[in-house]
Design a protein around this ligand. Structure first.
Ligand code: KG4
Ligand code: ZN
Length: 342
């Protein structure tokens, strides 16, 4: 089936056309025929973070051209699409509403079925668009600018949260630390590349929450951010690459340690990394090291499937649509849901 996926939950206007095989099965596979991402990073950069009002306005301006580009890129017309999938939450309410209203209008005008999906389900299922894709059950570590969570995926559509961040998301920590180091927004990729010339053992930054609690799969990054701020204030001459590498190591150590422990605790032998921070080179390397040592199969979607995109939303929507779910059903909420928990 051919699905149009639309994503406007934060600062990317994204649309993709995805051909999905075996959509109703436990082994659905997707191939993106087009995957257009318009990022607003430049708009928000001078504010050091996403400005919700600017995000909504930019989505409004870009959403139709991006959809048009996705259809043309895939060489299909709206008529040939089997269904439409849109991010319904979580995210910024004004930003979400743009995608939701446009998707509803398209569905109304064409008579095509529509589903609203959870952005985190999109991240978790993005791996099904890559060449190396697992079949459930697997553990998913979602690490993005807005979320840091561990989910046991027992089946497609069945997600059990094992842990969350108690304060900042991992990507938020990267962005905030980048800001205090005077680096541009978004900071994750910048810290990643500066770290390549740094010593990750230069400074021992805190890992957040005790390592001794083997049954806790939550995360905390706000203490780490404060530790970096305090360190920078009193050691102005320390090399930037060393600071970046040491901070990055603390984040990646905490993430991989708990992910591997959670997998073992839940009896899962497959781990999937997803979300923008999963593009981080050190996180990928450390996860590989620890999973190999513990006999866990690691699945790393390519970086462009890790950051926000429309293809992952199409992929998540396909399984709902294939099971006959429709947004017009009375049980389904017809609006955006900014705080929707998976
Ligand atoms: O998944 P995503 O595109 O959007 C959200 O749903 O939040 O994630 C964006 C986050 C930003 O915080 C960005 O700094 C971070 O992902 N990020 C990275 C890297 N690339 C993007 N963090 C660390 N290393 C990277 N290479
Ligand atoms: Zn995201």
């Amino acid at each position: 089936m051919l699905i149009l996926g639309l994503e406007t939950s934060c600062d990317e206007t994204a649309c993709a056309v995805v051909a999905v095989e075996n959509a109703a099965s436990e082994r659905p596979r997707g191939r993106a025929l087009s995957d257009i991402v318009h990022t607003q990073a430049a708009t928000h950069a001078r504010f050091g973070g996403v400005v919700p009002e600017l995000a909504s306005r930019d989505h409004l301006q870009r959403v139709l051209p991006v959809i048009d580009e996705a259809l043309r890129g895939a060489g299909v017309t709206l008529d040939e699409i089997d269904g439409i999938s849109v991010t319904r939450g979580p995210g910024l309410i004004g930003a979400l509403l743009v995608g939701v209203q446009v998707a509803k209008s398209f569905a109304f005008a064409t008579g095509k079925p529509l589903v609203g999906v959870n952005h985190l389900e999109g991240h978790l299922l993005a791996v099904l668009l890559s060449d190396d894709a697992p079949a459930p059950p697997f553990l998913g570590l979602v690490v993005s600018g807005g979320h840091t969570s561990l989910y046991a995926v027992s089946r497609i559509g069945e997600y059990r949260a094992l842990g969350h961040t108690l304060d900042d998301a991992a990507g938020e920590a990267f962005d905030k630390v980048a800001k205090l180091l005077g680096l541009p927004y978004p900071g994750g990729a910048v810290i990643d590349s500066l770290s390549k010339d740094g010593d990750r053992r230069a400074f021992a930054f805190p890992r957040g929450l005790s390592r001794k609690r083997r049954d806790v799969f939550d995360f905390s990054f706000s203490g780490l951010k404060t530790a970096v701020a305090t360190h920078v204030a009193s050691h102005r001459d320390d090399a930037l690459p060393d600071l970046c590498a040491s901070f990055q190591e603390a984040v990646c150590d905490a993430l991989t340690l708990r992910a591997v422990r959670a997998a073992k605790h839940a009896g899962l032998t497959q781990l999937v990394l997803c979300g923008g921070v999963a593009a981080n080179s050190r996180l990928r390397a450390l996860a590989h090291e620890r999973c190999t040592a513990e006999g866990i199969a690691l699945f790393l979607p390519p970086p462009r499937l890790c950051t926000d995109n429309g293809a992952m939303i199409a992929m998540a929507g396909a399984s709902h649509l294939a099971r006959g779910e429709r947004w017009s059903e009375p049980s389904a909420n017809l609006s955006a849901d900014p705080g929707w928990r998976l």
